[in-house]
Write a protein of this length. Structure first.
Length: 449
């Protein structure tokens, strides 16, 4: 039987998952910044169309809300990150800094102007209050220290989460882990919470470890450290019996699966994975921990070659519970057009009764940087009183959808080139636009000051 969206919790309130989608920022562009992310490399140097990408993301969020899935938004940080540029020696009046960086270090401008916070699956690792030792919802913002442009998100994401989840009786937003390769942390993109009648299991995918005997990828970097996953689990007060650490297959990383959500996705009792997602097939371990209710569907390389899974992103679908108790997959358009990816998704639909529909959405503006539907959202399971304690207007209802759509239409450009990023007037326009967003979202503090 499919699991209801609402986990039955005897004598207590039901828990519901909310997807916090990162709003695409007004400087969205393609800079080829992420080594090992093949889409980012392929599209590097192309101008962005932030208006289109932001509207695609907003439509996806609205579609989920209309399906009856909990849906909220996370505001983007202001970019280029002047604070980071100042730390790198670009001092002087703000108006002079950006043209100078464009002239002498355009690669630093592109990196500090990245809208990468939109991939909010990397914003933090989250544990729901029913699993944590102190009964609060725990967040550890990811340090993202494997990639320079992404490492700049840690500070702003921490501030944003602390502004929204400020109620200390219900929420804890930890400091990001120390920014060292030993604790390199990519957030929830490497984490899935599975649940059956027998157990709850936090599955952490990791690519590198301090243990030198673990073989790593050869071509591309392994971003997530096992030690970081273990630290998040400790900080969140999870019990040992709730934890499973799985190594990402080095061959999968070398094929372009830089996060474990590129080749796997799970929800409740269901886990979909490619055979190159993890080292070995962890079926026996998963069954032993989760019991007979576990549904595991593995794509063999012969039916869906890893390179095609990385190109079309069927595993980067959102696997969500619906109010009916069934599940739906929200897949990228690219996987509809890939015969092998589509055949796999249809197999999932036909084989199991837990998944009742596959919906394809167009998030191509994000996909061209290696971010599918699942990258664009942070899953936050909440009880009703926790939802009510969020100190901002971020829950996506019709009114907020309309307000954000109008706001994007008024402020976003349909073309952003590297030169635009060095224009102080563009920066000032974006600062004013984001201050307006702060008011729209009723954020308790001005994150853009
Ligand atoms: O970290 N791309 C992001 C994509 C993140 C996808 N997230 C998940 N799989 N959950 C990254 O590689 C590219 C930016 C550029 O090249 O302009 C970028 O950062």
């Amino acid at each position: 039987m499919p699991h209801p969206e609402i986990e039955p919790r005897i004598g207590r309130e039901p828990m519901r998952e909310y997807n916090f989608d990162g709003l695409v920022g007004p400087t969205h562009h393609y800079a080829g910044l992420s080594h090992g992310n093949l889409a980012s490399f392929r599209h590097g140097g192309q101008p962005g169309d932030p208006r289109r990408a932001a509207l695609q993301g907003l439509e996806k969020a609205r579609f989920l809300a209309q399906l009856g899935v909990g849906q909220a938004l996370l505001p983007p940080p202001l970019r280029p990150n002047l604070r980071a540029l100042r730390r790198l020696g670009f001092s002087g009046a703000s108006r002079d800094v950006l043209p100078r960086v464009l002239r002498v270090a355009p690669e630093l401008l592109a990196a500090t102007a990245s809208s990468s916070a939109m991939w909010s699956a990397n914003a933090a690792t989250v544990a729901p209050s029913c699993d944590t030792a102190d009964g609060r919802v725990h967040f550890t913002p990811a340090n993202l220290c494997s990639m320079f442009h992404r490492s700049l998100e840690a500070e702003t994401t921490t501030a944003t989460l602390r502004a929204m989840f400020a109620d200390a009786d219900r929420f804890v937003v930890h400091e990001p882990l120390p920014a060292s390769s030993v604790f390199a942390d990519e957030g929830a993109a490497n984490h899935t919470r599975l649940a059956t009648a027998d157990a709850v299991l936090h599955v952490f995918g990791w690519g590198r470890s301090a243990d030198p005997s673990a073989p790593g990828p050869r071509a591309y970097p392994a971003r997530q450290a096992r030690e970081a996953s273990a630290a998040c689990a400790r900080l969140h007060g999870l019990r040992e019996d709730q934890l499973l650490f799985l190594q990402q297959a080095p061959a999968g990383i070398d094929a372009g699966a830089f996060h474990s959500d590129v080749l796997s996705v799970g929800n409740q009792q269901l886990l979909l994975m490619h055979e190159l997602a993890f080292v070995g097939t962890p079926e026996r371990e998963l069954r032993a921990r989760l019991g007979p209710e576990l549904e595991l569907i593995v794509a063999r390389d012969s039916e869906l070659p890893c390179a095609e899974a990385v190109r079309a992103y069927p595993f980067n679908s959102q696997l969500v519970s619906l109010p009916s108790g069934e599940m739906a997959l929200i897949a990228p358009e690219e996987s509809r057009h890939s015969p092998a990816a589509r055949a796999f998704l249809e197999r999932v639909l036909n084989e199991r009764n837990a998944v009742s529909a596959v919906h394809y959405v167009d998030v191509n503006g994000s996909m061209r940087n290696g971010g599918g539907p699942a990258c664009l959202r942070l899953r936050v399971p909440l009880l009703a009183h926790e939802l009510a304690a969020i100190s901002a207007r971020v829950l996506l209802d019709d009114a907020l959808y309309q307000d954000i759509k109008t706001w994007i239409g008024r402020h976003y450009r349909d073309r952003v080139s590297p030169q635009d990023l060095g224009d102080p007037d563009f920066f000032e326009d974006n600062r004013l636009a984001l201050s307006e967003l702060s008011t729209l979202l009723e954020l308790p503090i001005d994150l853009y000051d």
